[in-house]
Design a protein around this ligand. Sequence first.
Ligand code: GAL
Length: 682
Amino acid sequence: MKKSLVNQTIQLGVCYYPEHWNEELWEDDFKRMKDLNFSVVRMAEFAWSIFEPEEAQFSFEFFDRVLDLAHQYGLKVVLGTPTATPPAWLTYKYPEVLNVSQEGVQYQHGQRRHYNYNSPIYQELSARIVEKMAEHYKSHPAVIGWQIDNELNCEINVFYSEADHTAFRSWVKNKYDSLEKLNQAWGTVFWNQTYTEWEQVHLTRPTVSDSPNPHQALDEKRFISDSAISYAELQEKIIRKHVGDKQWVTTNGLFGHLDNHKMTDELLDFFAYDSYPNFSTIYPDTGEKPLLDRKWSWNLSTVRSISPNFAVFEQQSGPGGWVNRMEQPSPKPGQMRLWTYQSIANGADMVLYFRWRTATMGTEIYWHGLNDYHNQPNRRIKEVSQISEELQKIGEKIAGSTYKAEVAILKDYENEWDGELDLWHGPLEQKSVMAWFKALQYNHVPVDAFYLSQDTSINDLEGYKVLIYPHPTILTEETASLLQEFAEQGGTVIFGCRTGYKNLDGQCYMKPFPGPVSSLCGVTVEDFSLVGPYENAPSIQMDGEQLSADSFIEALKVESEEAEVIARFAEGYMSEKPVLVKNPVGKGASYYYGSTFTLGTAEKLLSLLNISTPIDWVKAPEAVEIAIRKKENNQPFVFLLNYSNQEQEITLLQEATNMLTGDRVSGSVVMEAYGVMVLEGK
Ligand code: GAL
């Protein structure tokens, strides 16, 4: 039975590193946290040397004093296990615990996350520190839960130490049983890669043109994910053995090569995320009308697909920056509040700011906390105190409600990982997902991310009317039947080009595209081409409008009598050939589009399919996100989030209560720049 994060109210708090500060500051810090009505403090995730200053010498006095003081101020504590940062004594004595680059360079002490998951001695020493901490703090009245490690697979998500190569060999032995099957799955007959002894098998190593065997590369990612999960499991089992169901267990992050869904299902009570929307200022999404910080709502949708009610363990609370990289501006006045509500609107029931005070030493002296070095009042603290007051008013009502969407964008780890190496579909996927997410955002249609796995059943898809699966290159017969059933029962499924031509090994079917979903879509692909780097994608004619294909083009052949051609190429050698086909299936339908989606084509499909906002009594401009949280059979809570630096005018066609102020509002209402409203209405 999983322990729920959901409490009587939305919980607010902060990350705190007592080991960075003079002990004289602690009490004032906790007192001011309490004054801000914070209820939760997260700590200890990098403090291994405080707990175990020398090998097998354990010390708890320091954190006992911290936790007792926190308890005195009524603050609850989330304890991190400190394994993201092994002590110097450890890596010095046991260098085999260090991670190694693909080229064989060993990463050294001095940063963090420089260990590997498979070193037996690192597993042993990690298990011991976790055991000691769990034993010691299992009954501390302040401790509510545990965070395993910190951000598994952040900073680096590939591992090539000797221990990893060895563990990979066992992993493939276990998966394939025989070298014959491994050779088949990896297609090693191609370019004479056939293995004749297990000892010859490795994780990918440097190859000419940096071009490893793609099937091996896909297995490598599965193996890394399994390694991270086993390492988390090692810790989870120990913590639970001591704390039983008195304290919860989670971890934080959302990083590559890790099946967070599986990890959470198997190990965690719920998932936690670290939200830094100002990464959008250094890594903007390109393409039309970029979403910038609003794109974090997509990341949060992914988090929500893991745990409908989740925690944000690190919410951006100032300018971000490392000394040598990651230069970010300060959140503008109002933006921290906006981002806090962005997290809550998307399902967060706990939000902890990163961090209480900016560090005065180390790599992150520019990763700002709520308080500056000077520790005097500032505008960020003022903004947070406003948020906290507001949550006093609305938290109890909203806690435990969940985000509601009738449209989902389907994802899966197999394609995500295969698409990293395979440039014929990975980049298409990213473009199409963003195009759809933008189209839905700008048209105020709430959307979920939904991760399909081989275990997904039709019941898991209940509540959705439309599923968009942009480019599922790897597609099995089982998934095809699931989506067929969904359509037969009345749902709509939308696919893009490059669908259904690979099996789970990443090898190609000897079938016309789109393989297993050909009959669901009522088409086969007659001809196809990548749009070359010096070519333009042809225009297409859809419903009397001229739009453009993008990146990849497929001429479709209609194979079913009921199928209807909705759009055709308008130029080029595929001119007149169908590019978008609708196929009625049972009570529903499928749509196959032979290209990559753009904002234009996605918006056109929304209008053709009559997909519009479920909150039709709110007329809002594009700059405003609309999100809905709802408890069963209750009125929805409607979140309006203005991401622009300009005022925005909205129109309410019926009266509603603005929960943040208690005012009744209707008609034309002006939202301030970066403004937020939470409405209770029909
Ligand atoms: C997160 C990490 C924090 C801190 C923050 C700012 O990824 O969990 O410990 O480093 O980024 O860089």
